[in-house]
Design a protein around this ligand. Structure first.
Ligand SMILES: [Zn+2]
Length: 431
């Protein structure tokens, strides 16, 4: 094993003599996700070459153009990782990125770690992080093995970065969830960019309980792409939702620093809120969904109406459900009026709260009660509605969940109590 690693280290021209210290092998990540969007088909055969950028030394049999594109994507991701976690990668990350193992000379394969080679043969990724001595100090040294499927080299490179920068990658849910977040990261873009099959899977599956994600001793790294998808969903939500993002980075840094802290210590007091928003995210998720814009408003106070008093709220077209301030009672009828206009994209037509001919852009309501939501119901520019249940009324501009970010405009909504007795029909023959 030490010899093999020394060979691996030599191919990228590292001027260190790598002594492997037995027993100092850090937790490794074997990422057994079978990718469905393989890029292997239709390429010409080529042997491996070494390509270098500031932070990555990659040996790959990808065609030259593909290899340079990969380096570019890795460097972009590295910039985002450094910006997020605030630590530089101290030394180049060595990577084997394999399109077709048959094109690799035997002496190179012999230079790989056995586990790494096995992972590649199984179409999986593996990052081996070791503590080695360099001069008179110890450093972490990561080597990545990944097949050349689109996201896998980036996923593994996140593990390698964490290994180099922190000497650890945290518990499985965080390590793998953040490696997936890193894989999907795009600069200045908070939207969901996960693969179509991952989104479909989340939408069509019963929500995995949070505790099963963050606290299951049975789950190990490299278990299944489904488990990876749940971990990604949780990390993405916590990373972008405005209610949780502030605590998420310190939690991550504590986990990476090996401190004794866990998910529930940090989020225990918000457990019900997170559970609610997590289920909502899974229900509405689609490409382009924005957790930040759909963060739930837990702060605004709601109130019942009596007599001729009213409540009003300003509803933005480019956000998810927003607090109306009105608490409704089952059977009571309320009158709503609105002023203003909004647009469903930068240069689309201005619409009132009635929306367009197809009902897109219409003011829509939903009732929140005990961390459950009613079915949404259409309102419009003005009219009345009778509450089917008790609850806090939330409002939004109806639009595809993945397309709200480019909406413009705000509509002011006023609500008054129309009739308190709608639930009880009047007596026959009453005046
Ligand atoms: Zn992984």
């Amino acid at each position: 094993m030490p010899m093999r690693h020394a060979v691996a280290a030599r191919f990228v021209g590292l001027a260190v003599f790598a002594v492997i210290l037995p027993g100092l092998l850090l937790p490794q990540s074997a990422c057994g996700q079978q990718r469905t969007n393989s890029s292997r088909a239709g390429r010409t055969a080529a042997g491996p070459h070494i390509y270098k950028s500031t932070n990555f030394h990659v040996m790959t049999d990808l065609p030259r153009e593909g290899a340079h594109e990969l380096l570019e994507r890795l460097e972009t991701m590295h910039r985002l990782l450094v910006a997020y976690w605030g630590r530089r990668n101290p030394r180049p990350i060595e990577m084997y990125v394999v399109e077709n193992l048959d094109h690799w000379p035997r002496e190179v394969l012999r230079g790989m770690e056995q586990q790494g080679l096995e992972s590649l043969r199984n179409g999986q990724g593996l990052t081996v992080t070791r503590v080695i001595s360099q001069g008179n100090r110890f450093i972490s040294k990561a080597v990545v093995y990944a097949v050349a499927d689109r996201g896998m080299p980036q996923h593994e490179a996140v593990h390698a970065y964490c290994g180099h920068a922190f000497g650890a990658s945290g518990p499985v849910w965080y390590a793998e969830g953040m490696a997936e977040v890193g894989q999907y990261w795009r600069e200045n873009d908070k939207s969901v960019t996960a693969s179509a099959y991952a989104i479909r899977y989340l939408r069509n599956s019963p929500a995995r309980p949070l505790n099963e994600i963050v606290n299951s001793p049975l789950e190990t790294t490299g278990d299944s792409w489904q488990n990876y998808t749940w971990r990604w969903a949780l990390c993405h939500l916590l990373g972008y939702n405005e209610n949780y993002t502030k605590r998420f980075k310190p939690l991550g840094l504590a986990l990476l620093g090996g401190r004794r802290v866990n998910f529930w210590q940090v989020y225990g007091t918000q457990a019900q809120e997170i559970e609610f928003e997590y289920r909502l995210f899974l229900k509405d998720i689609e490409a382009g969904y924005r957790c930040d814009l759909c963060s739930w408003d837990w702060k605004t106070r709601f109130r019942n109406l009596a007599g001729s008093s009213s409540v009003s709220a300003r509803i933005r077209a480019n956000r998810g459900w927003q607090a109306s301030r009105l608490r409704v009672r089952a059977g009571h009828t309320y009158r709503f009026t609105s002023t203003g206009s909004w647009m469903l994209s930068q240069d689309a037509d201005e619409l009132t709260a009635d929306g367009d001919d197809q009902g897109r852009g219409r003011l829509t309501g939903i009732l929140f009660e005990d961390y459950e939501l009613s079915e949404p119901f259409e309102l419009g520019a003005d009219g009345t509605f009778t509450a089917p249940q008790d609850g806090n009324l939330y409002l939004r501009c109806d639009d595809a969940w993945g397309e709200i970010a480019d909406n413009r405009g705000t509509i002011s909504v006023n609500l008054i109590l129309e009739k308190e007795t709608a639930a009880a029909p009047p007596e026959p023959n009453s005046p």
